[in-house]
Design a protein around this ligand. Structure first.
Ligand code: ADP
Ligand code: MG
Length: 336
């Protein structure tokens, strides 16, 4: 072995890591190869920029400007235009289970501030009339977005997924072929395989363990976006009832579809992030029929009875662990 190839080999396994607090969560990034560190610097900058642009609470963000100007068009970046368009488009394929105008409802429950309350039924009905992503007017030519009075947009359900896709683009530009991006645990993106060629092992959190310390299962993957939505991520309890942050736009109440954890495996993180939220709202039956209609992704679903449903294409990749090792596991076939 020559000296130079030895150096190359070392460079390939060189690990760079970065931590960013953005999008209301801890993001940890790992990349391998000689330009890993440079690449992660660029990814970190992109994530912070995206957060500053798209945060619903940051008063200098584009989303904040759109919401504050209700009734008049606001000029925004192409990124914001395209994200709003893609989210609304996706929402229409899931009958509104994902609706980026859910924000006034999320706020009244206190999920945006942490000052939780159970709103009155009247106030929910009142606010629900403003939840309608079809009313968001996007003018791509003029680069403007308009929301009607009292309607507000929030890209919280999709922004980490979008960031995951952008990150992969950047990593590729730097020649990185092996990386693991963890955007707050709910959006994970594996690029390539581990430097030694083996697959990444990605844990799915046990939805019944609020400490977040135990896992329900492990996915063994290469080159994959893994997005999980769960009621355990942000919730409060009142009078023995648990209320969580994923809202059913058809009712204005936290989605009680019978699923407590939804993990989506897909080629891109944006789709995965949209789908995990939407499927959490839609529940088992609608998720399965959506999957059979549109395909292009795999899933691991956990019901409130702790039954695991794994799509046919994910069966080989998934291993239940801990409390779920002996849980009932049903493999869902492509063909009905
Ligand atoms: P997390 O952000 O916790 O990983 P999700 O991707 O499922 O989980 O997104 C949940 C966030 O999306 C909520 O915090 C809220 O801001 C917003 N949200 C909640 N319900 C919906 C919905 N039905 N459609 C669109 N956005 C939603
Ligand atoms: Mg989501």
């Amino acid at each position: 072995m020559s000296v130079s190839s030895e150096a190359e080999e070392t460079a390939e396994t060189l690990e760079a890591t970065a931590e960013v607090f953005a999008m209301d969560t801890y993001i940890s990034l790992k990349a391998y190869g000689s330009r890993g560190e440079e690449a992660l610097d660029a990814v970190s900058t992109m994530i912070s920029d995206l957060d500053a642009r798209l945060s619903v609470t940051d008063t200098s963000s584009e989303i904040y400007a759109i919401n504050a100007a209700a009734g008049t068009p606001v000029t925004v970046s192409d990124t914001t235009i395209s994200l709003i368009q893609r989210s609304v488009e996706f929402g229409s394929t899931v009958s509104g289970a994902l609706d980026i105008t859910i924000y006034p409802i999320s706020r009244t429950w206190g999920f945006t501030t942490g000052v939780y309350q159970v709103p009155t039924a009247e106030s929910i009905v009142e606010l629900l009339q403003y939840v309608n992503d079809d009313a968001v007017v996007v003018d791509a030519e003029a680069s403007t977005v308009l929301v009607p009075e009292n309607t507000e947009v929030d890209l919280g359900a999709v922004v980490k997924g979008y960031a995951g896709d952008q990150a992969v683009e950047i990593l590729k530009e730097y020649g990185v072929t092996s990386a693991l991006l963890n955007l707050g645990g709910s959006t994970i993106r594996a690029l390539g395989a581990k430097p030694d060629g083996s697959s990444w092992r990605i844990a799915i959190q046990d939805p019944n363990d609020e400490s977040g310390a135990t896992y329900a299962g492990v996915l063994t993957v290469t080159d994959c976006a893994i997005d999980t939505s769960g009621g355990y991520e942000r919730y409060f309890e009142e009078d023995g009832v648990t209320y969580w942050h994923i809202i059913d736009p058809s009712t204005g109440y936290p989605a009680k579809s019978g699923l407590i954890s939804v993990t989506i495996l897909s080629a891109d993180s944006f789709s995965g992030d949209c789908l995990s939220t939407a499927c959490f709202v839609m529940g088992l039956e609608d998720t399965i029929s959506y999957w059979r209609t549109y395909g292009d992704f795999e899933f691991v679903l956990i019901t409130e009875e702790n039954v695991i449903y794994v799509s046919e294409g994910a069966e080989e990749l998934f291993t239940p662990v801990n409390d779920f090792e002996n849980a009932e596991l049903i493999v869902v076939p492509y063909e009905e």
